[in-house]
Design a protein. Structure first.
Length: 175
């Protein structure tokens, strides 16, 4: 930027290096008779969430029950800096089914530039969202994987099996 005027540091601009990832938040210098001022953007990250659906580990959900819609939400980490909302704009959504999928997943996100959308998954695959967060383009993914099968015993003990054999032509039982 170029121009004449007064620059004032307000309460929303970082002042100390620890507020700006341990780098100077702002600097100014005098060059060829002009003062140069630069402001370091505070780094933020894009975050694809599934409110109401557990992500275990983060960025991975189990394939929901058939016909169940899943809400997807894009936010930033952090969501605010010094009380000001971090700027966020979704550029694109895409769904990539795993090879051999049934291609019946309802993709209610592709083509939308909203931070909320809904999908009904019928197969495993990956949701990819691209957005601009605090001025930087970023990508996040959500993996939809097959539900885990858990096997648990119904009883804590099991009866021994009995096997009958013969010894010199006489039937005997062994445990």
């Amino acid at each position: 930027m170029q121009g004449a005027g007064t620059i004032r540091r307000g309460p929303a601009v970082g002042q100390w290096p620890y507020e700006c990832d341990n780098t100077p938040c702002w600097t100014y210098s005098l060059y060829d008779g002009a003062q140069i001022f630069s402001l370091q953007a505070i780094s933020t990250a894009i975050n694809l969430l599934t409110p109401g659906t557990a992500q275990s580990p983060p960025g991975v959900i189990a394939l929901p029950s058939p016909g169940t819609g899943t809400t997807l939400q894009v936010s930033s980490i952090p969501t605010t800096i010094k009380g000001i909302q971090v700027p966020l704009r979704v550029i694109s959504w895409s769904w990539q089914p795993r090879p051999g999928g049934d291609s019946k997943t309802t993709d209610g996100c592709t083509g939308k530039t909203t931070v909320l959308c809904n999908m009904t998954f019928t197969e495993t695959g990956t949701v990819i969202v691209t957005g601009i967060v605090n001025g930087a383009e970023q990508v996040d993914t959500l993996i939809v994987r097959a539900s885990e099968v858990q096997i648990s015993a119904q009883k804590a003990s099991m009866r021994p099996s009995i096997r009958y054999t013969q010894l010199n032509g006489t039937p005997i039982s062994r445990l």
